[in-house]
Design a protein around this ligand. Structure first.
Ligand code: F6P
Length: 549
């Protein structure tokens, strides 16, 4: 259905009028005025807790934000997604990553096919395979069990499994070492191959389309490297494929019995739940992989059924929208206070920015507001010693999502309290800042002269009033990780609905791919680059000259 321009809607206008006052509010004051602010502006679901009270809004702001969500049809679009309607309008596809985590026995008929049944048939195939590799029953060509798994894929066929394998390293099989090669840069493959032995290595070629240039080049390199020691007939024990493209898998030379399929209704950046998660299932075992799916399903059920006032993905999305729209926050920083979540910001970059990094609506008109912020981040406490300076005292307001587990998955004494203390202290400091009076009192306590105090004072003031969310879980487990990822998937979905973006295509990555193909031909062939601008021509000539030295 064609949506009216966002700014023309009555709920947006009511919100904008409210925001013109609200943007002057001070968080310190909001907390001082309302002792109930924390219980009012927190919510829990699926093993996660969200505190969004340290944002520059109040209960009335939330009401108005939810009015907007209703007017933009968030609930209708959500129900259409879960029902398998073709909401990916530019590709005429359903969007059903949620079906990948439905419990066994639940039917969902799409285009006359019960996809619940299909999903569980592939999960059974994954279970059989992962059990054999993990137990040592699956043997390499010289009769030895697999010790190393190299996942070759890029984008959604890399970021999800890589992030999750790292996040769940405490659950991993002690014999299996996981490697991920994504970059077309040969240094990536070179580093992985230097660590593995062809007799005991399993390569997973993970590509939805099985035509992605980087993955195909890397897969070919791995195959040639393997065939330096082994024979063609040994390939079947060492190469498996995860794809929707059976023909291309066969043409590459992988036995389709060793292919784990999935479907075009799974977007690349939403595919960790499909057979793209094979490397994760190998690392942690099928039981924990099932827990991972179950955690996401619990968040799906919450998103599908909870009233908007208590709906965690909706609230997270609308608070993000508020910060983007009314506080001009052009970026969002993700700060996991958990080293095992170190790849989570990179994962969210693709999820959010490939989904909502767009400037036209579903029907092709220009969107009349800013859209997806730049997403970036790093683990705390490392981030504190790198760029938090800018977040505290820089000229821009950057909202932060703090993510932490209340209990560690290690038993080293002393560390976890210190980690959590830092996490909570940072969100407090961003909120309260330090006034000139407070800074002056500190400097006076250090017995500095008045002249010294005056000189230092401007540098010691923190403006504060900087918004943040805190997401807590008891422990980082397969289930809470599943819920956390699903939370952000649905947040992205809701923001897409507000902006009237199709969050499920990615045409923007195409142009560079086409140009790279042309330039590759010029770099490797006799053709002289002439048709580009002088900069691009010049760079190509330099590279050609260097390679022919
Ligand atoms: O970069 C575009 C993209 O299509 C991503 O959306 C996707 O995750 C990635 O390429 C990899 O695609 P494939 O799994 O088909 O190799």
């Amino acid at each position: 259905m064609r949506q009216p321009a966002l700014t023309s809607t009555s709920s947006f206008q009511a919100l904008a009028a409210h925001a013109s006052t609200a943007r002057q509010w001070q968080l310190r004051q909001l907390f001082a005025d309302d002792a109930q602010r924390f219980p009012k502006l927190t919510v829990d679901a699926a093993g996660l807790f969200l505190d969004y009270s340290k944002n520059r809004l109040d209960s009335r702001s939330v009401e108005l934000l939810l009015d907007l969500a209703r007017e933009r049809g968030v609930e209708r679009l959500r129900d259409a997604m879960f029902a398998g309607e073709k909401i990916n309008s530019t590709e005429q596809r359903a969007v059903l990553h949620t079906a990948l985590r439905m419990p066994r026995g639940k039917a969902l008929v799409v285009d006359g096919q019960d996809i619940g049944h299909d999903v569980h048939a592939v999960l059974d195939q994954m279970r059989g395979f992962t059990d054999r590799v993990r137990s040592g029953a699956w043997l390499g060509y010289t009769g030895k069990p697999i010790t190393d798994v190299v996942n070759i894929g890029i984008g959604g066929s890399d970021l999800g499994p890589k992030m999750a394998v790292l996040a769940l390293r405490s659950y991993a099989h002690p014999r299996l070492k996981m490697h991920f090669v994504s970059n077309v840069d040969g240094h990536d493959m070179d580093a992985a191959l230097a660590q593995v032995n062809p007799e005991t290595t399993l390569f997973i070629i993970a590509s939805k389309t099985f035509v992605t240039a980087e993955t195909m080049l890397n897969a070919g390199t791995a195959r040639s490297w393997f065939l330096q020691s082994a024979k063609e007939e040994d390939l079947a024990r060492h190469f498996v494929a995860v794809s929707t493209n059976t023909e291309a898998v066969r043409a590459f030379g992988i036995d389709t019995a060793n292919m784990f399929p999935f479907w075009d209704w799974v977007g690349g950046r939403y595919s960790v739940w499909s057979s793209i998660g094979l490397s994760l299932a190998l690392a942690v075992g099928f039981g924990y992989f099932s827990d991972f799916l179950a955690g996401a399903h619990a968040m799906d059920e919450h998103f599908r059924t909870a009233p908007l006032e208590q709906n965690m993905p909706v609230l997270l999305a609308m608070v993000g929208f508020w910060n983007r729209q009314f506080l001009d926050a052009a970026s969002l920083s993700i700060a996991p206070y958990h080293q095992d979540l170190s790849r989570f910001p990179a994962y969210l970059q693709q999820l959010d920015m490939e989904s909502n990094g767009k400037r036209v609506t579903r029907s092709g008109s220009a969107i009349d507001t800013p859209t997806c912020p730049v997403v970036w981040g790093e683990c705390g406490t490392n981030a504190q010693h790198a760029y938090f300076q800018l977040l505290h005292q820089g000229s821009d307001v950057t909202p932060i999502d703090f993510i932490a587990a209340l209990r560690a998955t290690h038993d080293l004494p002393g560390h976890h309290d210190s980690l959590l203390a830092n996490c909570f202290a940072q969100s407090e400091a961003f909120m309260t800042g330090k006034t000139a009076e407070e800074a002056r009192a500190d400097l006076q306590a250090q017995k500095l002269s008045e002249a010294e105090i005056e000189a230092l004072l401007p540098h010691k003031v923190f403006p504060g009033n900087r918004p943040s969310n805190t997401i807590l879980m008891d422990q980082l487990t397969p289930s809470t990780l599943g819920a956390l990822i699903a939370l952000y998937e649905h947040k992205t979905f809701v923001q897409g609905a507000i902006w009237d973006i199709n969050s499920f295509d990615q045409w923007g990555v195409e142009l560079g791919k086409v140009l790279a193909k042309n330039i590759h031909a010029e770099l490797t062939g006799a053709v002289q680059p002439e048709r580009h601008d002088s900069s691009t021509n010049g760079l190509i000539v330099m590279a050609k000259a260097a390679q022919h030295l």
